[in-house]
Write a protein that binds this ligand. Sequence first.
Ligand code: ADP
Length: 395
Amino acid sequence: MSIKKEPQTINEQSPSDLLHKLKGAEQRLADSQHLHNALIESIGDGLIIVNEYGVINEINKAALDMLGYDREEMIGEWLPRALPSKDKDGNDLPPTERPSLKSLITGHPETAITTYTRKDGSNFPVSGTAAPLMVEGKPKGSIIVFRDFSREVLVERAKNEFVSLASHQLRTPITSILLYIGLIKYDEKGLSAEIKDYLKRIEMSAQSMQQLVGDFLNISSLELGGVEARPIPIDLIELINDQISEIIGLAADAGVKISFSEPKEPATVSTDPALLGQAIHNIMTNAIRYKATSAAEIKIKIKKQPQNYVITVADNGIGIPEDSQHKIFQRLYRADNAVKQHTQGTGLGLYLVKKIVETLGGKIWFESQENVGTTFFIQLPKNRFKLPVIESMQR
Ligand code: ADP
């Protein structure tokens, strides 16, 4: 006969059993605490954990080394006060714009390149991601992982300086090639048809080289911060009409109709007309290049929002294939259908447009369907720049 043993209740356990179990639990707790600390310390990147109010609960050695603080100086402090952060233009980031607090608000990971200030007051660029710590579906804190981005910034700067220098040096010989081609063409009566054809091809190649070098120069200048945005109050309607008159000949040659629904009231913004003009020009020339085979048209509109204006440029052209859409603003990227339609492109125009629009404090996006058409949207703040102070761009 077997005797069924009932589970022991605490009351039935001897004091020595209880003590033994308590010690075991204590040991396991200590082990897990050691493991937790070892995990945090073994991460080579800086790591900070804040609670739901943004107060620092944890910070690892890598973070302390980068920032020059002792642990005691950071634990229990409010992150935005303990660790000031600036955006890429050198402006203080408001607490709600910091990835750590943003991730608490949105409940999603937030990534950004910002600047941290060390204890000694010096600044350094960091690339960081803050992910919310979710407990029962609610953000109860945020874990921030960051690394020093100085090296990448230096490499990027050196690369841009090289591109800028090379483009400058290339501009003069290309201009002379085009000048001499022009001189030969001026008096081309004695030339055979074959030579004329060769000349035409040389001219086209030199023109695309000139375009490429110009784009490289513009991009590297923007990225190096060598371009100063010169905001003045302008009427968007006038600026768009100026841009239309610049490309109307090109559009007519290509058989593209352009229409602009002008708003009744002036659309005044404080922005840099040269930079914005260049962005709109690029979008419009793309709409002509990637036009429909018949009844091609471009429709331009301005929509008013409380804080912004949105310029839309819609075409009924070849469209952007769905699998290319996420790459369209990348440097040098061209979709296959675009390469077929226009072999000479550089894939730099939209990259430049995005840089310009961001420099002007705006946003750019598009909607597109292959063989139906593409609409680009440029959203501009009405008053990003406070006149008369001229802000220089720091990139
Ligand atoms: P490029 O026109 O020299 O190729 P861009 O940077 O201006 O370079 O444009 C990048 C790519 O975006 C183009 O190659 C094309 O694939 C796509 N694209 C841009 N605008 C349009 C448009 N209006 N319609 C269709 N595709 C477009």
